[in-house]
Ligand binder design. Structure first.
Ligand code: SF4
Ligand code: SF4
Length: 440
């Protein structure tokens, strides 16, 4: 695509990066077919190609964002299905990240939208605040329908719907500490504690720690770690996201100095995509650029790391698992085979639901901020999953777990919870509750 930026505009490194991305797009439109918002809404401006044009026009003309651009960029899930499909290698992720930053800097949102986003940014990345908010939301659940009657309050209704009725107790696994390897040590890793996940499902990191230590890997949960910054990054709040990234880089590199690290293990693929991008996010910071690139190189999804440990084949479990590949896993990190291969080795029968490339509608805060589109995508996802007639659903991202669980009675677990059980760990309660065909 031809671009018309001035030399002055290109002196801004963000614009220079976006210009390079824009020039790669050849308008072919292949990406529209796999874009969940285009498939759902049928509007070219809600397709990757349409958004690329809007962003190009806004940036080239040096214009502040307007309501039209904001509407269509806000509807983008950042699912990155378009990057997987694009034959020209258009880096849509960094282009839309830049557009979101530009929107945040130049556009004043309507009051209720601003307030909702401020509340989300001040709550979700902080586990203790998030826990309190969920407790309050549990009390407000009966009023979800009332809020959903008013457009401006739909996000509040969506938040109340998503809030679980009960919360698990805070887990020791989200506190700093070192978990020794059983037997001879074959590796040392850090684990990202995370922000929303340890509040909603602390069992995921507990299962990860149990499994890794049993396999001879020392796991450290370093002190001082914060939210990866993904939630605010996708809201265009770059300063807040970069601050989080710098803090985590310092914490993890201190751990590397202390005892060496083979990997930084991440159990939420949304966070993994962002941490693997720290090198890019901090590329303009002379102090942190190199350090962030080192951290990104160490970041591994838990299944990516487990795949290197050569786990033995286990007996068949007699359970069929529908594997839902989170967008951040398949499109963001391009991890497609490892989770399924591990589940098969662990003795599960694995099914791939149809339209696996389409987002479930979770996408960070999307299911709160865009509840209508999100609900349509969830219904489509659940229909495809249930068509495989699974006993269980497995996935690798807490956002998808929360989203899909509100649409189906089929139990949904994190992949690592199933692997932990298959390799000698506790049986997940959801499996104990199944009227099963499992071996005793
Ligand atoms: S990131 Fe997803 S929703 Fe956004 S344009 Fe690409 S395919 Fe569409
Ligand atoms: S598939 Fe790639 S090159 Fe084609 S329109 Fe979409 S982004 Fe542009």
């Amino acid at each position: 695509m031809q671009t018309n930026f001035t030399a002055e505009q290109l002196a801004d490194p963000h614009v220079a990066t976006s210009e390079k991305i824009l020039r790669k797009c050849v308008h072919c439109g292949f990406c529209t077919a796999t874009c969940p918002t285009y498939v759902t809404l049928g509007n070219e401006l809600d397709s990757p190609r349409g958004r690329i044009y809007l962003i190009k026009d806004m940036l080239e003309n040096g214009r502040p964002a307007d309501a039209e651009v904001v509407t269509h960029i806000d509807r983008c899930l950042s699912c990155l299905a378009c990057t997987t499909t694009c034959p020209s290698g258009v880096d849509y992720m960094h282009l839309v990240d830049h557009a979101r930053m530009h929107i945040e800097e130049t556009y004043r949102r309507p009051f209720w939208n601003r307030l909702t986003r401020n509340i989300l940014a001040a709550t979700l990345p902080y586990p203790s605040r998030f826990r309190l908010a969920l407790k309050a939301a549990a009390l407000g659940r009966p009023f979800a329908g009332f809020f959903k009657r008013f457009k401006a309050f739909e996000p509040i209704g969506a938040m109340l719907d998503l809030a679980p009725k009960t919360l698990p107790k805070a887990s020791a696994s989200s506190k700093p500490g070192t978990y020794d390897a059983a037997g001879e040590r074959r590796g040392r890793v850090a684990i990202l504690s995370g922000c929303a996940q340890p509040v909603l499902k602390p069992g995921i990191n507990e299962a990860t720690i149990r499994l890794l230590t049993r396999l001879g890997v020392e796991v450290v949960a370093p002190a001082g770690e914060v939210c990866c910054g993904s939630l605010v990054h996708h809201m265009g709040r770059e300063a807040q996201a970069l601050e989080a990234a710098r803090r985590n880089v310092d914490v993890w590199l201190a751990e590397v100095e202390k005892g060496g690290l083979d990997a930084i293990i991440i159990t939420a693929s949304g966070c993994g995509t962002t941490i693997k991008d720290y090198g890019f996010m901090l590329r303009l910071d002379p102090v942190y650029a190199g350090k962030a690139a080192r951290v990104s190189a160490l970041a591994k999804d838990v299944t990516e790391y487990l795949a290197t440990l050569d786990l033995p084949q286990q007996e068949a479990k007699g359970l069929t698992v529908a594997y839902h590949s989170a967008c951040s896993m398949q499109h963001g990190q391009k991890i497609t085979m490892a989770p399924k291969t591990l589940l098969k080795k662990a003795g599960f029968t694995v099914r791939d639901p149809a339209e696996g490339h389409l987002c479930c509608g979770s996408a960070g805060t999307y299911n709160i901020l865009q509840p209508e589109i999100s609900a349509k995508l969830k219904a489509r996802k659940v229909k495809n999953i249930e068509a495989t007639k699974p006993d269980l659903i497995a996935t690798g991202n807490i956002g998808c777990i929360t989203q899909i669980a509100t649409g189906t009675a089929v139990p949904i677990l994190h992949t690592v919870e199933l692997l932990d059980w298959a390799y000698g760990g506790e049986k997940p309660v959801a499996i104990s509750n199944l009227a099963t065909k499992m071996p005793a």
